[in-house]
Write a protein that binds this ligand. Structure first.
Ligand code: ADP
Ligand code: ADP
Length: 225
C-alpha cells in the first residue's frame, strides 16, 4: 500500500481548459482521503492523473516518495472503481473476479486468490452465479473483488455509489469503509456528496474550480452524533 504525493500538480486540457491548478496533497499509506466538490471541479482529473490515465501538465506525482509521472498505469498498480459496476454479464462472478489475474498471466495463483478474495467479501456462495443473478450489493462486492484480486497498491474510486438508491448506497458506504480499512489499502475516493465524504473520509479535500480549498479531518471538524 502506497503513499501518494501530489506536488503543485496542474492539468490543462486542449483549448486552455485549466481543470486542475497547483494541487498539492499528501496521502499516507492506508489512509482514506475523499476529494469533494461539485461536478466539473476537477476531481476525476486528479484521480485519473494518479492512476496514470491522464498526463500531468506540470508538477509531480510521487509514489512512496519516488517520482512517478512517467509510470504506466500498470506500473502504478492501482485499482480504479467506477460508478457503473461494469461487470461482464456473460461471465460468472468467479470469472469476473479472476479476469485481471488472467490478463496479468497469473494462472497458477488464480484459483487460490479468487477463493481468498471471495471469502473476504462474503461471496463464496455467489461465485458460480452470474452478475444478473445477485443483488446490487453483491454486484458491488464482486466489482471490488475484481479490483482487489490483483492486490492493488491503492484504490481509486470515482463516485462508485452514485447510481444506487439511498438504502443500498448507505449499506455499501459502510462496506467500502470496512473493507478498505481491513485491507489497509490507501484509498482516494471522489464524490460530490458532502454527507458521504464526511462519513467515509479520514480526511476530506474540498475542491472548487480546479483548486484545493481546504483539507479537513471530519472526526475533529464535525461533531459526531
Ligand atoms: P469532476 O470530476 O469534478 O466532475 P472533471 O475532472 O471531470 O471534474 O473535469 C474538470 C474540468 O475539465 C471540466 O471543466 C471538464 O469539462 C474538463 N475536462 C474533463 N475531461 C476533459 C477532457 N478529456 N478534455 C477536455 N476537457 C475536459
Ligand atoms: P444484499 O444485502 O447484497 O443487498 P439482498 O438482501 O438484496 O442482498 O438479497 C438477499 C439475497 O437475495 C442475495 O443473497 C441474493 O442472492 C438474492 N437476490 C437479491 N436481489 C436479487 C436479484 N435482483 N436477482 C437475483 N437474486 C437476488
Amino acid at each position: 500500500t502506497r503513499a501518494i504525493t501530489l506536488n503543485h500538480v496542474s492539468k490543462t486540457y486542449p483549448h486552455n481548459i485549466h481543470a486542475v491548478q497547483d494541487f498539492s496533497l499528501d496521502v499516507t499509506p492506508g489512509e482514506f482521503v475523499v476529494l469533494l466538490g461539485p461536478s466539473g471541479c476537477g476531481k476525476s482529473t486528479v484521480l485519473r492523473m494518479i492512476a496514470g490515465l491522464e498526463e500531468i501538465t506540470s508538477g509531480e506525482l510521487l509514489l512512496d516518495g519516488e517520482w512517478a509521472n512517467d509510470r504506466t498505469p500498470a506500473e502504478r498498480g492501482m485499482a480504479m472503481i467506477f460508478q457503473s459496476f461494469a461487470l461482464y454479464p456473460h461471465m460468472t462472478n468467479r470469472d469476473n473476479i479472476a479476469f485481471p489475474l488472467k490478463l496479468s498471466g497469473r494462472r497458477d495463483e488464480m484459483d487460490a486468490r479468487v477463493e481468498a478474495t471471495a471469502r473476504m467479501l462474503g461471496l463464496q456462495d455467489q461465485l458460480d452465479r452470474y452478475p444478473g443473478q445477485i443483488s446490487g450489493g453483491e454486484r458491488q462486492r464482486v466489482a471490488m473483488g475484481r479490483a482487489m484480486s490483483r492486490r492493488p497498491t491503492a484504490f481509486l474510486m470515482d463516485e462508485p455509489l452514485s447510481n444506487l438508491d439511498a438504502k443500498l448506497r448507505n449499506r455499501l458506504r459502510t462496506e467500502i469503509s470496512q473493507i478498505t480499512r481491513e485491507l489497509g489499502v490507501t484509498t482516494v475516493y471522489v464524490t460530490h456528496d458532502q454527507a458521504e465524504a464526511m462519513s467515509l473520509g479520514d480526511r476530506v479535500a474540498v475542491i472548487r474550480d480546479g483548486v484545493l480549498q481546504q483539507v479537513d479531518d471530519p472526526r475533529t471538524t464535525y461533531a459526531r452524533p
